[in-house]
Design a protein. Structure first.
Length: 93
């Protein structure tokens, strides 16, 4: 019972953080501010969803696949944001 409540709380927290990042992208003034919010979307919510999945499914095949997916997202998400910011800066010159 408590696991179900905790999973629901983690899913709600992940969904709210993703929604806030989307709203931030919509209302941000500059390209770099938008990139900031899109970078946050690849970290905060993903870890909440991962924690919920690990609580529900455990460390089986689905759990390890989810860990690998979130780690790839965590490593390459900021890299993509950085490359995009450099391209936007070079394009703006």
């Amino acid at each position: 019972m408590i696991v179900n409540v905790l999973v629901d709380v983690l899913l709600a927290a992940g969904s709210i953080s993703e929604l806030l990042c989307c709203v931030g992208v919509l209302v941000a003034a500059t390209t770099y501010d938008r990139l900031h919010y899109s970078g946050a979307a690849s970290t905060v919510g993903a870890f909440c969803f991962l924690a919920a999945l690990l609580l529900r499914e455990g460390f089986g095949q689905f759990g390890f696949d989810a860990i690998a997916a979130v780690m790839i997202l965590f490593v390459f998400g900021p890299l993509v944001v950085h490359v995009t910011a450099r391209a936007a800066r070079a394009h703006g010159r």
